[in-house]
Design a protein around this ligand. Sequence first.
Ligand SMILES: Nc1ncnc2c1ncn2[C@@H]1O[C@H](COP(=O)(O)OP(=O)(O)O)[C@@H](O)[C@H]1O
Ligand SMILES: [Mg+2]
Length: 160
Amino acid sequence: MNRREIILCDPAATTRLGFLLAGALRTGDVIALSGALGAGKSVLARGIVLALCPDEADIPSPTFTLVQTYEPADGPSLMHFDLYRLESAEEALDLGIEDAFVEAVSLIEWPERLGPWLPRGALRISLAPDDSSPEMRVATLEGGPRWHPVMDQASSLFTE
Ligand SMILES: Nc1ncnc2c1ncn2[C@@H]1O[C@H](COP(=O)(O)OP(=O)(O)O)[C@@H](O)[C@H]1O
Ligand SMILES: [Mg+2]
């Protein structure tokens, strides 16, 4: 398990990280996005969705629906989960999250809500504000070998 810290100096940088990650995604990948409300999880998820579905005019945050599905022109389906309002980890199974883990690419806000159901192979990204600027976020990326190449790319593109 590797761990990298990078600086995202503004929302555009967070979107660029989304584009970088999007280029590396394949079926069965899971990206867990942690951080407080307003940390930038949805900005990052939107960057990934936009990179894979450039014609998508509207990328809503699945706050109430809990999940939003996208069908990129090529590549696997993309499922964006926002589990903030999840009542129990079991409820996530009703959303088809287990199928998503196998057949799709999953982006998960509030992955802590899944408890033990979060796949061990997920790339974990946690976003935190920084005192130096209201536009700045520190992103901590943690993942196994499958994620090391893209983590290396991220740390060469963004300041550590
Ligand atoms: N570096 C940054 N990365 C992402 N969002 C940022 C950044 N700086 C400021 N913001 C702002 O913070 C807010 C993040 O909102 P959002 O992505 O919905 O948060 P979350 O999904 O984590 O609750 C947005 O209003 C965005 O413009
Ligand atoms: Mg959000």
